[in-house]
Design a protein around this ligand. Structure first.
Ligand code: HEC
Length: 156
């Protein structure tokens, strides 16, 4: 009985250390473990998204819905970068970053499409709301997968 208790305590301590280690491995970005070609594609996609956020911000302020619609559409389509990926690449991406990453990215691009549609329909309030959630999605994915870059994110 006593030995059982000691074993339990030791186990609990080991699990504790394990959790501590995992949660402390914040940096560097998990994507640094991607092969170079995949990492460059991801970075290319990110630069498109970043430029997109800035033009949408300006267009929203100017009430230029046509630009919001077309830029948001391009952000959605940047997902098409994925079409450059072979099935092997996708397996690698999921292996290194987790299937969740791919889902998060997909959901993100879905939000961009919604924004484009709201702009096309001239729904001013919805455009602002969706744009806010789009930017929140940038931050939340970065917090999880590239924490060091969160502070650098341009989220006007
Ligand atoms: C699905 C997760 C995810 C989403 C959503 C996401 N990012 Fe990223 N982003 C990353 C990761 C991971 C990196 C690090 C890539 C690397 O350098 O390895 C990154 C890198 C970047 C970079 C640096 C690119 C470079 O040239 O090195 C910028 C800028 C960026 N993101 C902007 C954004 C903006 C703006 C948004 C929202 C519009 C966004 N990201 C949404 C995961 C995400």
């Amino acid at each position: 009985m006593k030995a059982g208790v000691i074993i339990l305590i030791v186990l609990a301590a080991l699990i504790g250390v394990g959790i501590y280690t995992v949660t402390n491995q914040q940096e560097p970005a998990a994507s640094e473990r991607l092969p170079d070609n995949l990492r460059s594609l991801l970075q290319e996609e990110m630069r498109l998204l970043n430029a997109g956020v800035q033009s949408i911000d300006a267009a929203l302020k100017a009430g230029d819905e046509a630009t919001v619609a077309s830029v948001a559409r391009q952000m959605h389509d940047s997902f098409i970068l994925r079409q450059k990926l072979t099935p092997d690449d996708i397996r690698r991406l999921k292996f290194v970053l987790g299937a969740d990453f791919v889902l998060t990215d997909k959901a993100f691009h879905g939000t961009a499409l919604e924004l484009s549609q709201a702009a096309q329909a001239g729904e001013a309030e919805r455009q602002t709301q969706i744009f806010q959630s789009l930017k929140a999605a940038c931050v939340s994915c970065h917090e999880r997968y590239a924490p060091a870059s969160v502070a650098e994110l341009v989220t006007p």
